[in-house]
Design a protein around this ligand. Sequence first.
Ligand code: FPP
Length: 232
Amino acid sequence: MTQTNYPPQHVAIIMDGNGRWARKRVLPRLAGHKAGGENIHTVAKIFAGYGIKYLTLYAFSTENWNRPRAEVSGLLNLLARKIGQETQAFYKENIRLVHLGRRDRLSQKLKEKVQAAVALTKNNAGLTLCLAFDYGGRDEIVQATRHIASAGIPGDNIYESTLAQYLYSPDIPDPDLIIRTGGESRLSNFLLWQAAYSELYFTPILWPDFGLKEVDEALSEYKRRQRRFGKI
Ligand code: FPP
């Protein structure tokens, strides 16, 4: 069977390896996150150039709160700064920013920056860039279930399509390809519902080093995959 849906519509990335990238250079871990943060815009532009419509990046998981306090605040401050600095550029490049995750545990400052960035870019029709932070796949399913329960929908009326409608971004198609950098081969609570039929691609390259050549390799591998979605 030949690959009929190339390029993929939606690519999602677990951006792992910032800490090791920094350690190799005898730098603090946050310097690795800073380099990783700087790579986001570069990689978004590369994928947009390949015709990808949706790019989802895992920036901070519900489990990342358990890292040392200085790293947590460093990461969240970096995120707030990045969103503040880059929103205008995203806007001009026709990129729509979407947030996937909880907002109730974010600082007021970060919440405001996210709301402003999402509102400013909401009518952009180029790449949709979804930043997943304070995101967990299990948490997303729990939140969806709570909403369904509080909407009073009876059990017999709950279908897969019902649950999908209550996820963080029901208008975004499931990822065709999930890439994880940094050498580990697991999903780490990322897009658990949406990943049911995603192609998975693992690379040892550390996130700050992931660039044009690596995107090209991942997409070439995706092109070779046969997607059957449970059929034959
Ligand atoms: C994993 O590397 C990466 C993260 C936990 C955070 C990802 C964050 C960024 C790429 C930058 C911040 C985001 C934005 C949007 C500015 P790790 O720390 O687990 O690396 P290691 O496995 O080498 O220790």
